[in-house]
Write a new protein. Sequence first.
Length: 508
Amino acid sequence: MSSLQKRAEAAAHPEAVAVDPARLTHPEIRFVFYGLMLGGFLQALNQTIVASALPTMGRDLNDFHNLSWVVIAYLLASTIVSPLYGKLADIHGRRGMMMAALGLFIAGSVLCAVAPDMATLIAGRTLQGIGGGGIVPMVQITVADMVTPRERGRYQAYMGTAWITAGTVGPALGGVIAQNWHWSLIFWLNVPLGLLTAALLNQSMKRLPAAGRRHKLDFLGAALVMAAATLFLLAVTTGGTRVPWISPTIFSLIGASILLTVVVGWWLRRAPEPFLPLHVLANPVMKLGTAATSFAMAVMTGFMIYMPLYFQVVHKLTPTQAGLCLIPVIVMTTPGSMASGRAMMHLDRYKLSPYFGMAVATLSVAALVWWPAMPVMWAVVATALVGFGVGTVFPIATVCVQNAVWRHEVGVATGAMNFFRALTSALAVAIMGAILLAGLGFAPERGGAGTDVLAANAGATGLDAAGVFQWVFVAALAFSVIALVAVVLMEERPLHGAKEMPPSEPAE
């Protein structure tokens, strides 16, 4: 097939991929990767360390009413900027956008640390989110630039160890700092860690390849997408906690979000270079890979937020004991991710790992549905298996999505995947929270704040708490089944390996 024929075939099938990793030596890759791991750890630690200190922040700033916005502000900002970073990385390069993300994150941390009131703290968390929301997609995009798809899963799995470490260390560290020192130290810690990350990556990322072609930023499309996402997230994060679900406020937010989404669809069909290219969104691997990772993350997020409450209400554990019971579900995602990374390196049928993993996760959630009052040790085992199962999906889905688009579109595809994954997780948390609100009469605040009060009230009412959580597990089971189906239906395209460098155009 001639070069002209190949280009015609590629135009007819835009989902074809042409990935051309940077020709870096293994020591150079390792040096960049250490910086990326530190960046991933910094972003993950920031999300887990804050929750433990929220009550102390509210007391010192004399404002408990707006305390939940410390969590919501970061969630909103980090979610809506993910696709923007992906697009800008394809325009201005990976290094520049990573430095911008780290700079904004550090600036937001300083503002949080010196905040004299709750409004300033929320503003600082918003600025933090604008920076932190770019770190995760930039890490994934940079790994895609350095190594071939077949090797990529291993690095994605190693990156998971940074997030797991942050997930286990963060809550305890936040509690210790809040109890023994001032809570502002939580944010001051980000400054030296962020500066060290920037120093490691500033020089090492210079050898990464430039974007494959020139891009223009679709400012109107970006504004419409971010506005629609903001309204949707405001609805799902405030419904049932600050305003009733059945209220004009929620109906207005959701209605406006739907209307803007329709406008987004209309604009993306007419923009010369849309913010989210339709052929990328319509790519079957992109659609199913994003669905798989989004609903797997929804299960994981729901378990991390509501399982501590389950252990307190159903099994009468203390908050500390409930937190310890949550560690296995967090830790076990690492061996799951590593299993998938190894499968991609050595197997042509690399989807066998998530087949098995999501099947185990789905059966474990089904066991909780069938026997919600199972002994606490069995519940811990079930949640650990859920963590292992969903962990097998993340590297496979990420690499498959990146493997299915042109190299100059890896950034926008990765950013869009993270964007939809965050939206799905927020929706899942809202659905599970609504079930608890209906069953127990209360709704825990996002991020775990308020769970002690909810547990005490639920115990005092004498309700069948296990029966209520059974319906929470039903929702998690539905998400798990969708993730499994998406993995099964996702096309298993060949991955280029280390010995076989991919061509500059799609293979014949």
